[in-house]
Design a protein around this ligand. Structure first.
Ligand code: SIN
Length: 348
C-alpha cells in the first residue's frame, strides 16, 4: 500500500513537471523580437472623410488607398472611407482633422487657401494647359514645398491628387465672358477664384459643395464652375441647362493626415502608408483623366443639357480678361516666386 502511494505521488509529480514545461510555466523563455508579428493585436484605424461621390477621381482614389493600405500592412491598418460629406463637410472637415476627430481628409487645395494663401497659385486661371503639367508640378519639389506650409497647423500633407479642368455650367448659355456679367456664381472659398469672377462683373458666392445642387435648383445661384466628373456625379446637369467647356482652371486635392496621429504610428507603418500613397497617386492621376473624359461623354448624351466648347480665339480673350487676377495673386501671397517656378516647368 505504501509503495502504491509513493508510486502515484511520483507519477503525479512527473506529469505536473512535464505539463508546466510545455505551458512555459517552468523555464519560460523570451521570444526574439519579430517586427512582422509585433502589435498584430493592435489594429490601427484611419477614418477618412471626404465630400464627393464614390464614382469620382477622389472617391475612387480614397477606396484604392484603403485597399493598398490593407494589403501592404497585412490588415494591421484599416482605412474607413466616409464619402459624400457623410461625416464632415467643407466647412468643418479641417477642424475635425486638427482636433483628431478624423485621421484623414482630402479637401480641394482651393478650400485650403484660407490657411495656406500661397496655394492660390494653383487656382490661377489658364495657368496649366495639360494634365501632365499638373502631375509634374504637384508630385515634384514644388508640390513638396507647398505641402511643407501645412506644418504650423498640426497637419501632415501626404501628397496632392488631381481631379481635372473646370468647366462652367449656367442656366443660360455662356459664350463669352460678358455673358457672366451679373450672375451669382458659386465658387470654392478662395480669394483668387472669387477675384476671377468679380473681374468679369459676376458675384462670387462661396458655398459648401454639399449645398450647390439645392442652391442651383432653388435659383439661389445662377452658375458654378466644376469638373465634368463632379458635374455628372452630383447631377448638376439636372438643374442647369448649359455648360461651356472652358478648361479655365484646375481642381485638385491635398491628402491630409492629423500630425499627432502620424507621429504615433510605428515607422514601418508610416513607410507602408507612404508607399500606398505614392502608388495611389500615380494610379489616381491617370484615372482622373479617364473619369472626366467618360463623364463629359455622359453629359453630352443628356437631352436637356447643351454643351458649348469655346474656340482658341475665345480662350485667348478670356485669358487676357483674367490677367489682373495674376496681379492680385502676386500682391496677396507670401511667396509669389512659386508662380515663376511653375511657369518654368510648364509650356508658355
Ligand atoms: C470636391 O471635388 O471635393 C468638391 C469640389 C467643389 O467644392 O466644387
Amino acid at each position: 500500500m505504501k509503495k502504491f502511494i509513493i508510486g502515484t505521488a511520483a507519477t503525479v509529480l512527473i506529469l505536473t513537471i512535464i505539463f508546466s514545461i510545455q505551458q512555459g510555466i517552468l523555464f519560460s523563455k523570451t521570444l526574439p523580437y519579430d517586427d512582422e508579428q509585433s502589435g498584430l493585436d493592435t489594429q490601427i484605424t484611419i477614418h477618412l472623410s471626404h465630400v464627393v461621390a464614390e464614382n469620382t477621381p477622389k472617391g475612387q482614389a480614397a477606396i484604392k488607398f484603403a485597399e493598398l493600405v490593407e494589403e501592404k500592412t497585412k490588415g494591421k491598418v484599416k482605412v474607413h472611407v466616409y464619402p459624400n460629406a457623410s461625416l464632415y463637410n467643407d466647412e468643418n472637415e479641417f477642424k475635425a482633422l486638427q482636433d483628431g476627430k478624423v485621421e484623414m481628409i482630402i479637401p480641394t487645395f482651393s478650400k485650403m487657401t484660407a490657411y495656406v494663401p500661397d496655394w492660390q497659385v494653383l487656382d490661377l486661371p489658364y495657368l496649366f494647359h495639360t494634365d501632365d503639367e499638373v502631375h509634374e508640378v504637384l508630385t515634384g519639389p514644388i508640390g513638396e514645398q507647398l505641402l511643407d506650409e501645412l506644418k504650423p497647423f498640426n497637419v501632415r500633407g501626404l501628397g496632392f491628387w488631381h481631379n481635372g479642368f473646370k468647366q462652367l455650367t449656367a442656366e443660360h448659355p455662356i459664350y463669352t465672358f460678358e455673358d457672366l456679367q451679373g450672375l451669382r456664381i458659386r465658387t470654392m472659398p478662395s480669394k483668387t477664384l472669387e477675384r476671377q469672377f468679380s473681374i468679369v462683373g459676376a458675384t462670387p458666392v462661396p458655398i459648401s459643395f454639399s449645398e450647390v445642387f439645392t442652391d442651383l435648383e432653388s435659383h439661389a445661384i445662377d452658375a458654378q464652375e466644376n469638373t465634368a466628373s463632379n458635374i455628372y456625379s452630383k447631377g448638376f446637369y439636372k438643374v442647369q441647362k448649359n455648360m461651356t467647356v472652358t478648361n479655365h482652371g484646375i481642381l485638385g486635392y491635398s491628402v491630409l493626415m492629423n500630425e499627432k496621429f502620424w507621429q504615433q504610428l510605428p515607422p514601418k507603418v508610416q513607410q507602408q502608408l507612404m508607399e500606398a500613397m505614392q502608388e495611389t497617386t500615380e494610379w489616381q492621376f491617370k484615372q482622373a483623366v479617364l473619369i472626366n473624359a467618360e463623364d463629359l461623354r455622359k453629359l453630352q448624351q443628356q437631352s436637356d443639357f447643351d454643351i458649348y466648347t469655346m474656340t482658341d480665339n475665345e480662350r485667348q480673350r478670356w485669358q487676357e480678361q483674367f490677367a489682373p487676377v495674376y496681379d492680385y495673386y502676386r500682391t496677396n501671397v507670401k511667396q509669389p516666386h512659386i508662380l515663376a517656378e511653375i511657369q518654368k516647368i510648364i509650356s508658355p
